[in-house]
Ligand binder design. Structure first.
Ligand code: GTP
Length: 460
């Protein structure tokens, strides 16, 4: 309203406000500063009011006296009583606090003032609760005390059985002073109903103060209570919820990561094993190839070995038995090879064997089977070749060897024994005749060709 606004604007002086100088956590003056819950409420309730300043008082009764005298224009936090209504007007209630019964742990839970008849019960002298107890419970052994601290101390030391005081305050003191053997044992029906008191001269301020009280939210009260009662904000439900949701999630993530890692390791191992297996397989295949090669070849010269020559010769023996095909063998043996080894060394001997093998392979036809029969002895199995052609082959070979320049030795000669397979003859017999012809060539001075006796007769 316009009238109120103009009154606010035309205030003659700064407004003084007063508090209880020793009533923590509600309010107190500490080092000249206004502390406690009412300091926070003041900021909210004095919004839109002219400037106010704290008028320090020495005690609660001093505060009330100054208000009565009109020096304190506003008393920030107090209960309304008939006596106080004589010199103050009151705002709406902005803070309620139950008054509780405090006792030692060894005493039973009393419940309420009506059950405290036989106990020594104390409260601060001059506080409204003291008047209330004395008025409504005359049978209680009431002991006035000087202050909250004193009352609690007396309970702790057994001088009082019960102390009655504001719940906030009692809770605050018990926590702060570590009075761990005290506990709340009951409730009174008497609540502190705290309001702002204003001297009648400035009662028009109440309308604005009441508006501000209307604006207070539950959260304002909680924040102020927590700030001055040293209670850390802690939302257990949300906290639990976070864990309820996050813990399984975290576990799931760990489980998946673990499985992923296991799978990764497993795959790595698998591919390593596969690679090993493949390498082993390749090795085995190589080895098998080598083995199958070695099973039919001579390792030094690469020519067919004795077994393979026998296999091929047996085939020819079969064919001859049906008179299908002629076949001859040329058996040749290096002359004086022992001497060569002795003179040039075994390695040079090996080299000569290899070079001679290559020469024989070159000279042989596609169908011929060239094999190493023994140490320095070679065999040519010549299918479709009679003794006449075989003799020619042997002479040609002798000639080629004589003309060939071996890398490590000056001259090399060979002796030759030739025989043609007779119908119905075994390989052994056939070979034996070639061997005897070779023996003959050696005997005749080496570097020559001899035919098996029967074959030579047929030719001549
Ligand atoms: N370097 C080498 N020598 C071999 C190999 N196989 C057999 N010899 C040698 O060939 C020699 C053959 O000797 P002998 O049987 O006395 O025949 P030779 O010295 O050629 O005499 P003749 O046959 O009468 O001309 C031996 O000294 C064997 O050790 C081989 O693979 N490499």
């Amino acid at each position: 309203p316009a009238a109120q606004t103009s009154s606010l604007e035309t205030l003659p002086q700064t407004l003084n406000y007063c508090i209880d100088p020793d009533w923590m956590p509600y309010e107190a003056i500490i080092d000249g500063e206004h502390q406690g819950m009412s300091a926070d409420y003041r900021k909210l309730l004095f919004k839109g009011l002219p400037e106010t300043r704290l008028l320090s008082t020495s005690s609660w009764s001093d505060t009330l006296k100054r208000a009565k005298q009109g020096h304190c224009h506003i008393v920030l936090m107090l209960n309304k009583t008939d006596a106080r209504s004589q010199y103050l007007e009151f705002s709406d209630v902005y803070l309620r606090a139950a008054n509780v019964l405090v006792s030692r742990f060894e005493l039973p839970v009393i419940g309420s003032l009506s059950a405290a008849k036989n106990y020594r019960v104390g409260a601060v002298e001059g506080y409204r609760i003291s008047e209330y107890i004395q008025t409504h419970y005359p049978e209680i052994d009431f002991v006035p005390v000087a202050s909250e601290d004193e009352g609690l101390r007396q309970v702790e030391h057994g001088e009082l059985d019960v102390y009655v005081g504001s719940m906030y305050l009692v809770n605050n003191r018990i926590q702060k002073q570590g009075l761990t053997n005290l506990r709340i044992v009951g409730w009174t029906r008497f609540d502190d109903a705290l309001r702002v008191g204003v001297v009648p001269e400035y009662s028009y301020l109440l309308s604005r103060i009441n508006q501000n009280i209307q604006q207070l939210t539950e959260q304002h009260h909680i924040d102020i209570y927590q700030r001055w009662n040293h209670i850390k904000p802690y939302n257990k439900t949300d906290h639990d919820l976070v864990w309820q949701i996050s813990l399984p999630l975290v576990l799931l993530i760990f489980f998946l990561a673990y499985r992923y890692r296991l799978l990764g390791q497993y795959n790595e191992r698998l591919s390593a094993t596969n690679a090993e297996l493949q390498a082993l397989r390749a090795k085995l295949e190589d080895r098998n190839k080598e083995l199958s090669y070695l099973s039919v070849h001579d390792p030094l010269t690469g020519l067919y070995n004795r077994t393979q020559v026998i296999v091929a010769a047996s085939e020819q023996v079969k064919l001859k038995s049906r008179d299908v095909n002629d076949c001859s063998i040329v058996l040749l043996d290096i002359d004086d090879f022992k001497q060569l080894n002795d003179q040039f060394g075994h390695n040079t001997g090996d080299k000569v064997l290899k070079e001679l093998s290559e020469l024989l392979e070159e000279q042989a036809r596609e169908v011929d089977v060239v094999g190493r029969w023994g140490g320095e002895e070679f065999i040519l199995l010549c299918p479709g070749t009679n003794i006449s052609n075989a003799r020619f082959v042997a002479f040609r070979l002798k000639q080629e060897i004589n003309n060939f320049t071996f890398s490590a030795v000056p001259d090399l000669t060979c002796s030759f024994g030739v025989s043609e397979l007779h119908k119905g003859e075994s390989f052994d017999a056939w070979l034996e005749r070639a061997d005897q012809a070779l023996y003959k060539a050696k005997a005749q001075g080496k570097n020559c060709v001899c035919l098996a006796e029967d074959d030579a007769d047929r030719l001549s």
